[in-house]
Design a protein around this ligand. Structure first.
Ligand SMILES: C[S@@+](CC[C@H](N)C(=O)[O-])C[C@H]1O[C@@H](n2cnc3c(N)ncnc32)[C@H](O)[C@@H]1O
Length: 533
């Protein structure tokens, strides 16, 4: 008997989210130890973690810790050294230094790589120095209360306090109190708590003024949505994660999440369905996502620009092939790709409501627009676009726990032609301490958000590889790349059922495993095959 059931490998394999949940309501391999990370091709900001006791920087005059220099002083010197580099660059380019003064820019301009690196060094070292200055007990005692800062910001954002007076004006506390239905005493106490984080200031007793932070909260609707989504959806949901984990420790179901416990939807509906019924909340989440993904390190250009380490589709372009963007929203990735590649045909798939609300025409370039079609498709059903060259998932896999993610890949199988590429564009977690400290904290928070809302997760390279392997032996994992400066990685596999068939036949004929590519592919998940490709 062949080890590989070819019929099942090539069979149609769609099923609904609920079916998946019933069949596979367990975490299948999340706890498998990952191997030490091999060198990734490119990583974003190449700073070293600063928590290590023996710390050096990659600057010309490294700050080293000697027996006469404490780690705290080494950190303080590093902060000073890296800040001076930032200042020198800003002065040279006649740019203002960061400030919370009301008229200061809300963001740094786009910085060259080494200055960006200095910024990250300062952020990481400052955090570490702050923890050391608090001491271990103090860092925990006071760290655990950070949710109160979120609570103050939640209330201020919800009541639109920042929009109640102009950026260049001051207002008395009583005038501000008169402009809102928020109880006056509570307004005063929460605004003063927010001030400890640079949001508003009190230049003289009972006179309130804006800072650059409160000003941007008033002016930037996407940031307002980001704060609303985080503080009114994720924050209450996170307070129920413990309850969810205690009740359903396997933590894979979309309807048994912290979110579901917080909003009374346990075993009723997943978060996406709850938002589907509430247009205001759905719109807020959409704008919040725009605020995140339009930000530094997430731009679509990182995927599109081959010169900067993006994904090369020129061979697909040469043959006029097809690119399918699964869960592709309004198709903005395909629009950018279509402007670069003049022959590729694009199919954007999403839920009917999303497809219906896409702009028409999809973009202002007719040559690009005519090659992009949008179709309604539920990615928990079998893939309807057959024989495409590339199937692309951006920000999709991290929304699902392992059983669902495997199902998403299985649903492709009936549509795949040999050589079809499956490209996932998501965070890919490095081993602890390999990322710069700021990015690591950001990605691990995102991982926790996924747990909170969807019992989902960010993944390591090993976990992505296992997803493909669990979905079908026909997927050949090709590895992970990350464009420089980008937080998202490009994870790729190719569909090679021929190798599985050959391996099965070889096995049936009792050909020794060492004989050839096929047997190797069958046993180790296909390294040889990817070299072949
Ligand atoms: C996090 S967004 C990612 C959107 C886009 N790929 C991007 O990079 O911004 C997830 C997308 O998946 C879509 N989606 C959710 N459930 C879906 C389903 N069952 N079938 C198809 N699309 C779905 C949502 O409408 C949304 O556009």
């Amino acid at each position: 008997m062949s080890k590989f059931k070819l019929a099942s490998l090539l069979s149609r394999s769609s099923s609904s989210a609920t079916d998946v949940e019933k069949k596979l309501n367990r975490r299948s391999f999340s706890f498998s130890p990952s191997k030490p990370k091999k060198e990734v091709e490119t990583v974003s900001i190449d700073t070293k973690p600063t928590m290590a006791a023996t710390e050096t920087t990659e600057t010309e005059a490294p700050v080293t810790e000697t027996s006469s220099t404490s780690h705290m002083v080494a950190l303080a010197r590093k902060i000073s050294q890296e800040t001076e580099k930032i200042e020198a660059y800003m002065k040279e380019n006649k740019l203002p230094m960061p400030s919370f003064d009301v008229d200061a820019p809300a963001d740094f301009p786009k910085l060259p790589e080494e200055i960006l690196r200095s910024r990250y060094e300062v952020m990481s070292a400052t955090k570490e120095l702050g923890l050391l200055a608090q001491g271990p007990r103090g860092s925990i005692r006071w760290g655990v209360q950070q949710f109160l800062d979120v609570m103050a910001l939640q209330v201020i954002n919800h009541y639109g306090i920042a929009k109640l007076f102009p950026a260049d004006a001051t207002i008395t506390l009583s005038e501000l109190q008169a402009k809102t239905s928020l109880d006056p005493i509570n307004l005063a106490r929460l605004i003063r708590l927010a001030m400890t984080n640079g949001i508003f200031r009190e230049p003289s007793p009972n006179m309130i003024a804006h800072t650059a932070a409160s000003r941007v909260l008033a002016e930037d609707g996407d940031l307002e949505a980001w704060v609303g989504f985080n503080s009114e959806d994720i924050f209450p949901a996170s307070a129920h994660v413990l309850q969810a984990l205690k009740t359903y420790p396997e933590a894979t179901s979309l309807t048994r999440t912290g979110f579901c416990f917080a909003f009374d939807t346990v075993d009723k509906e997943p978060m996406f369905a709850t938002f589907g019924k509430d247009p205001i909340r759905a719109r807020r989440m959409g704008r919040a996502m725009m605020s995140l993904t339009g930000g530094e390190g997430y731009e679509v250009s990182y995927f599109v620009n081959v010169e900067g380490g993006g994904y090369d589709l020129s061979s697909v372009d040469a043959t006029g092939g097809t690119f399918v963007d699964i869960g592709g929203s309004h198709g903005f990735v395909c629009v950018d790709l279509a402007k670069r590649y003049k022959n590729i045909k694009f199919v954007v798939q999403d839920l009917p409501k999303t497809v219906d609300s896409a702009p028409k025409p999809i973009c202002d370039d007719p040559q690009a627009a005519e090659r992009i079609s949008l179709i309604a498709h539920d990615f928990f059903a079998e893939q309807p676009t057959k024989d495409a060259d590339v199937y692309y998932f951006r920000w999709i896999m991290h929304n699902y726990s392992t059983p669902y993610a495997i199902q998403l890949l299985k649903n492709l199988v009936p549509a795949l032609k040999p050589g079809a590429r499956i490209v996932i564009n998501d965070h890919c977690l490095l081993e602890p301490g390999q990322e710069n400290a700021f990015d690591e904290s950001l990605m691990r928070r995102m991982d926790a958000v996924m747990l909170t809302l969807l019992n989902a997760q960010e993944r390591t390279e090993a976990e992505f590889k296992e997803l493909f392997k669990a979905a079908s032996d026909g997927f050949v994992f090709k590895g992970v790349r990350r464009p420089k400066g980008c937080r998202m990685s490009i994870i790729e596999a190719v569909w090679r059922p021929d190798l599985v068939i050959a391996a099965a036949e070889a096995k049936e004929e009792e050909v020794p495993k060492t004989n050839g590519v096929a047997a190797e592919a069958a046993t180790n998940g296909t390294t040889a095959a990817s070299k072949d490709d």
